[in-house]
Design a protein around this ligand. Structure first.
Ligand code: NDP
Ligand code: MG
Ligand code: MG
Length: 332
């Protein structure tokens, strides 16, 4: 059984009197820094001088400084910048201040695991990774709950790395839901696999393929949208609450029969073989290599593909239909 830590396993005391620099005020940065502050810890947000988010962070009551200034002042440095820019910012602005006894924290293992950031041996290097988008890290915390998280220790120079990581996880609310003991390797590889194969790549392509099939067969795009995209949330909510069995209990027997008979015709042996290939490309660094190179040449493939997908009919139909759902915030 995996080791999972809860509130009682973590002591915020180990972080009292320490300064935590949270680099970035993005999805994770805005959430983690506010949660830490409300947990009674001393937080300073590190941003670039011209960041449009400087005022927003200050308005939320946080101290803000440049990345270098925050790194210099901090005992604990959490890097919540986009993964593809972390090594550049680390080398230029953070590295000079990564002194013996300090602690480096990440919420994703990419840069450590693939050797893009190589910290000195005399600092702790840990990962505290909420398994959730940042906005839910924040919202659940304010509701007295939290999102599950992962903890891993890459280097333990102080002998306290695990306890510091657990306290950090408590500070952002994760120990309320459970924090799973893992490694940088496991987190990095499973995170990339999950988002590519199931959560993002798998789901978006499944949704679009279903939508296209119905529309090409002459059904109204609006019907196709409701069936293949809108309802997905209702099904996923049931799976989230009680697993696949609870979802199947809630849907009709006709739907369950269709589910059981047809699913394996859609996700075939060939699909499973391809999943293994994708996993190998993650493990051997092929994916990381492609993504890092893509960024070095200003993302031509990323940009062209994003543009093509934004022009897909499902996006246009969806925008109109969601416009009628008054409870939904407009997202662009
Ligand atoms: P975001 O893309 O939301 O981070 C944006 C922030 O980074 C902004 O404050 C931006 O500053 C700043 N930034 C970008 N480039 C630079 C730069 N060159 N110098 C200084 N600041 C810069 O990141 P995420 O929150 O999505 O991801 C942060 C980390 O958390 C990653 O390691 C990611 O893998 C991990 N993670 C993310 C999750 C998520 O929900 N998104 C979930 C779990 C883990 P500016 O205001 O100036 O633009
Ligand atoms: Mg990820
Ligand atoms: Mg139906």
């Amino acid at each position: 059984m995996a080791k999972i830590y809860y509130d009682a396993d973590a002591d915020l005391g180990i972080l009292q009197g320490k300064t935590i620099a949270v680099m970035g005020w993005g999805s994770q940065g805005h959430a983690q820094s506010q949660n830490l502050k409300e947990s009674g810890l001393d937080v300073i947000v590190g941003l670039r001088k011209d960041s449009s988010r400087w005022k927003e962070a200050e308005a939320a009551g946080l101290k803000v400084a440049t990345v270098a200034e925050a790194a210099e002042k901090a005992d604990i440095i959490q890097i919540l910048l986009p993964d593809e820019f972390q090594s550049k910012v680390y080398n230029q602005e953070i590295k000079p201040f990564v002194k013996a006894g300090k602690v480096l924290v990440f919420s994703h293992g990419f840069n450590i695991h693939f050797g893009q950031i190589v910290p000195p041996k005399d600092v702790d290097v840990i990962m505290v990774a909420p398994k959730s988008p940042g906005h839910l890290v924040r919202r659940t915390y304010t509701e007295g709950a939290g999102v599950p998280g992962l903890i891993a220790v890459h280097q333990d120079a102080t002998g306290n790395a695990k306890q510091i990581g657990l306290a950090y996880a408590k500070g952002i609310g994760c120990t309320r839901a459970g924090v799973l003991d893992t490694t940088f390797k496991e987190e990095t590889e499973t995170d990339l696999f999950g988002e590519q194969v199931v959560l993002c790549g798998g789901v978006t392509e499944l949704v679009r393929a279903g939508f296209d099939t119905l529309v090409e067969a002459g059904y109204q795009p609006e019907s196709a949208y409701f069936e293949c995209l809108h309802e997905l949330k209702l099904i996923v909510d049931l799976m989230y609450e009680g697993g696949i069995s609870w979802m199947r209990y809630s849907i009709s027997d006709t739907a369950q029969y269709g589910d059981m008979m047809i699913g394996r015709r859609i996700i075939t042996e060939e699909t499973r073989k391809e999943m293994k290939k994708v996993l190998t490309e993650i493990q051997d660094g092929t994916f990381a290599n492609r993504w890092l190179l893509e960024n070095q040449i200003n993302r031509p493939v990323f940009n062209a593909t994003a543009r093509r997908d934004e022009e897909h009919q499902i996006e246009k139909v969806g925008e109109e239909l969601r416009g009628m759902m008054k409870w939904l915030k407009k997202r662009k």
